[in-house]
Design a binder for this molecule. Structure first.
Ligand code: PNS
Length: 169
């Protein structure tokens, strides 16, 4: 049996409800989606790659994806190499607004050049999450703003924990 496998790559620092929306939307198109968490310590992330993967793993059972399986994995290096290693046929990315398109187009074209057999699939995010990004969530939360409804409850709790332990965002 041929498995239609996609990877959904990102920093996920942290996972937002916008990411969950894209995962749910892409699930009818694939048998398996690998949520591919980039190991990017040089970007000084709020959560380590292990913490990000563990959070997503804990949230997975709450995501309704029908018969599509969800897997969490981390990677370093090129997304195209990771997609090939996973024998994925597609790279899923969400587009929130027209501002995302130019950057996403450049990545999609570069990834196609690196791995011509792997297609990038763009999915349009729900309007209610069109302004939601991990970096905005971190900034607002760190400055004392409310982010409920925009990130999973577990993520909010972990951000609170993180702030109280090392005071950073
Ligand atoms: O959630 P993000 O931060 O927008 O995700 C960006 C990501 C991880 C998809 C992108 O930075 C990436 O693919 N990085 C891995 C290195 C790579 O493949 N670079 C060339 C992309 S064309």
């Amino acid at each position: 049996m041929i498995i239609r496998r996609a990877i959904f790559p990102g920093s996920f620092d942290p996972l937002t409800n916008g990411h969950l929306d894209i995962i749910k939307r892409s699930s009818p198109l694939f048998d398996e989606i690998v949520i591919a968490v980039l190991n990017n310590p040089e970007k000084n992330p709020m959560f380590s790659v292990e913490e990000r993967c563990a959070m997503i793993q804990e949230i997975l059972p709450e995501i309704e994806t029908g018969s599509c399986d969800l897997v969490v994995d981390s990677f370093s290096g090129l997304t195209a190499d990771f997609a090939k290693k996973k024998q994925a046929t597609a790279i899923v990315r969400g587009i929130r607004a027209v501002a995302d398109y130019e950057y996403e187009l450049r990545m999609a074209l570069m990834n196609r050049r690196l791995e011509p057999a792997i297609e990038t699939v763009f999915l349009v995010a729900a309007e209610e999450f069109s302004y939601v990004s991990s970096s905005l969530m971190k900034q607002v939360f760190t400055l004392g703003g409310r982010v409920e409804g925009l990130v999973p409850e577990l993520v909010e709790a972990k951000m609170r924990e993180k702030l109280s332990t090392d005071g950073r965002g």
